[in-house]
Design a protein around this ligand. Structure first.
Ligand SMILES: N[C@@H](CCC(=O)N[C@@H](CS)C(=O)NCC(=O)O)C(=O)O
Length: 206
């Protein structure tokens, strides 16, 4: 059985957990603590030297990087709906997965980490930079959803799980983007069993 190392406060963990639950994949969920320093322990570093969650262990295979884990699970379990193989759909899935990791996630981390989890560092520069970047990225995501229910297909894919978990993480800092296509999409994502249950309570930014 898979061992899934995670923490509920981690949006990268949440996206994988939603996929595991939605696809009814048997797994053992193992909580890795932040507050108690477990994520930096020798035992966990042997599993993931990046001291990050999530990690999936499948026998001898240890996989870090949330999107790589989702791709692996989709391939292994033939989850064609979640990770379509048709080139046009696949290209969009990969585009939004990469966009989420390379462009969106750093901005979300700057806002949420320094506003919510490490306010004592008073890193206003990072928070400001995150908000500035979100001003640029919100219209890009909004346009990507124009006339569409989901990012890459007429059904949710792992790209939606990845990008929506990033966007809803902003709720912790009361910084959810306020844009009609994004809001309607998040509502649709909340219809996925466990997505809403695992997602922080959402309030749009002022
Ligand atoms: N690129 C990684 C990011 C994972 C990540 O940033 N995890 C955070 C929690 S959301 C973490 O474990 N942070 C602890 C650390 O970086 O030391 C992924 O997609 O899995």
């Amino acid at each position: 059985m898979y061992k899934f190392y995670n923490n509920p406060m981690s949006q990268h963990s949440r996206r994988v957990q939603v996929l595991l639950e939605a696809a009814e994949i048997d797994h053992e969920a193992i909580l890795i603590g932040f507050d108690d320093g477990e994520y930096m322990s020798e035992a966990y570093l042997a599993i993931n030297p990046n001291h990050q969650v999530p990690t999936l262990v499948d026998g001898d295979i240890k996989i870090h990087e949330s999107n790589a884990i989702m791709r692996y699970l989709c391939k292994k379990h033939g989850l064609e709906d979640w990770y379509p193989s048709a080139p046009e759909k696949l290209a969009l899935v990969e585009q939004w997965l990469d966009w989420g990791q390379c462009r969106l996630s750093p901005a979300v981390v700057n806002i949420v980490l320094f506003t919510v989890f490490m306010p004592e560092l008073n890193n206003q520069e990072a928070i400001q930079s995150g908000h500035e970047t979100m001003k640029e990225l919100t219209p890009i995501l909004e346009a990507g959803l124009e006339g569409k229910d989901y990012l890459a297909d007429d059904k949710p894919t792992i790209a939606d799980l990845a990008v929506a978990s990033n966007i809803t993480h902003l709720a912790l800092a009361n910084a959810m983007p306020s844009a009609p296509n994004i809001s309607a999409w998040i509502d649709r994502m909340c219809a996925i069993p466990t997505f809403q249950a695992l997602t922080p309570q959402m309030t749009a930014a002022e």
